[in-house]
Design a protein around this ligand. Structure first.
Ligand code: CMP
Length: 139
């Protein structure tokens, strides 16, 4: 079925000026960017977004990284978009990411791993709602 997923091009991507190259891989996989905005996340936004990881040892570092520079928040639409985007991103740890994936090609480390993508349809809806209004999205 046609779905939407939420994506973030992280500060390591904006810093290296590779957002277009990442978008080319996204679009090449058949996903359509139906909403996109470049923002500087506030600490409060990053803390809320990553709240599920609050007890993890890397939470502080994660929030600090995600606010260290601009990010591009996106909504991607397509057939099985949630699973498809996770495939296109590759494993969280770039050392384990498959050939041809965004993280294999661009990610620097498990923390600075270029992209975020929702892990379920339920989370996709929540994450999209944190950054976009429905009227911002058009296919
Ligand atoms: P993301 O999909 O954005 O959601 C949680 C993030 O935590 C994940 O991508 C990684 O970038 C980050 N993360 C996971 N494990 C570690 C780790 N060991 N150290 C730093 N960051 C991590």
């Amino acid at each position: 079925a046609t779905e939407r997923t939420f994506s973030i091009l992280k500060p390591d991507a904006t810093r290296r000026n590779i957002t277009g190259a990442v978008n080319a891989l996204i679009e090449g996989a058949g996903l359509r960017i139906v909403g996109q905005r470049r923002i500087q996340m506030t600490k409060a936004q990053a803390e809320k977004f990553y709240e599920v990881h609050k007890e993890r040892p890397f939470y502080g570092e994660l929030v600090e990284f995600m606010t260290s520079g601009p990010v591009v928040v996106q909504v991607l639409q397509g057939e099985n978009a949630v699973a498809k985007y996770r495939e296109v991103m590759g494993a969280t740890n770039p050392a384990q990411a498959a050939e041809g994936t965004i993280r294999k090609q661009f990610a620097e480390s498990v923390g600075e791993n270029t992209v975020h993508g929702s892990d379920s349809q339920e989370n996709a809806k929540l994450e999209i709602a944190q950054f976009f209004q429905d009227s911002d999205l058009t296919a």
